[in-house]
Design a protein around this ligand. Structure first.
Ligand code: 3AM
Length: 298
């Protein structure tokens, strides 16, 4: 499954990007092409880490799209697995959320891109199961992609409604926290929580423990927005379609794209929530007060 060559001959490491429970991520140069890549160096020693990593590679290798971070290569170096993937120079949506104030137009544009990624996965019977702003990466050319497929699952005719509790508690759908069999729409709930993150900078119940957050998700149902009156009716309606407690009532990625995101398929209608093309630009302005990493413009 992994490449047997020595990755150090092929790539030159440039800088450390970040770390997590899995290990760390570096930016590197492909010596032959001069292109930048990200290398996720996964320490395989942790409990369940091998299964998660194999899962991540299998799903990334199988499904390639402009809306998911694409797999390039993998190598095993002792107890460390190197997962080489395309480099996303805008970083994680979670960082953008903390450094900038996103307008409704930007939220709409990011949502459309993410929903295209979810629609792609769901059309292939894959549930991501860990949709959150940390797992949405951006590029300064405006592309937005889903990443981190360690918890994702491929549905099969035998296993079409899993009930394994998987994900990050604050983003989990009610049917996940209560251990019910579930389908791809759990990702839509989690995406609705990302919508709240884009507005309020954190998911509901962020100040609560894992256990309390799960209990609140199961009992409160659709979370309350802090300042709903400040939002347009279209955005409130969009979030409410994503955050329906009843899975049947919750919209699918395809329905949200077709009905709620104007121009999602290239057409321009007069109805719906109208995202502009999303572009990011590295800031070349001198910092004013607290400078965002990225300047967003329409
Ligand atoms: O620690 P921060 O949030 O700065 O965004 C990811 C996170 O950064 C980044 O690596 C860190 C640990 O997960 N990252 C992951 N995959 C990436 C990629 N393909 C990436 N950055 C750029 N391109």
């Amino acid at each position: 499954m992994v490449n047997q060559e020595n990755p150090m001959m092929k790539y030159t490491e440039l800088e450390h990007i970040g770390s997590g429970g899995f290990g760390h991520v570096v930016r590197a140069l492909n010596n032959a092409t001069g292109g930048e890549v990200a290398i996720k160096k996964i320490n395989l020693q942790g409990l369940g880490r091998k299964e998660l990593t194999v899962n991540e590679i299998v799903i990334m290798k199988r499904y390639r799209s402009s809306s998911v971070v694409n797999y390039l290569d993998s190598y095993l170096l002792g107890e460390e697995l190197w997962l080489v993937m395309e480099y996303m120079d805008g970083g994680a949506l979670s960082d953008v959320i903390h450094k900038t104030c996103l307008s409704e137009d930007h939220i709409a544009a990011i949502s459309r891109e993410c929903l295209q990624g979810l629609d792609f996965l769901h059309s292939n019977d894959v549930i991501h199961r860990d949709v959150k702003s940390d797992n949405i990466l951006l590029r300064t050319d405006g592309s937005v992609k889903l990443t981190d497929f360690g918890l994702s699952t491929q549905l099969t005719p035998e296993q079409s409604r899993p009930c394994l509790v998987a994900g990050t508690p604050w983003w989990m759908a009610p049917e996940v926290v209560t251990g019910q069999p579930y389908g791809p729409k759990v990702d839509i709930w989690s995406f609705g929580i990302v919508g709240i993150e884009m507005l309020e900078k954190e998911p509901p119940y962020w100040d609560q423990s894992h256990t309390s957050a799960r209990r609140l998700i199961a009992t409160v149902g659709t979370p309350k927005l802090r300042q709903p009156k400040l939002l347009s009716a279209l955005l409130r309606d969009f979030l409410s379609c994503c955050l329906q407690t009843d899975e049947e009532q919750r919209w699918s990625a395809k329905e949200l794209l077709q009905v709620k995101c104007e121009g999602a398929a290239g057409e321009t209608g007069s109805e719906g929530w109208a995202p502009p093309p999303l572009k990011f630009k590295a800031s070349d302005e001198p910092p004013s007060s607290s400078p965002p990493l990225l300047v967003l413009f329409k």
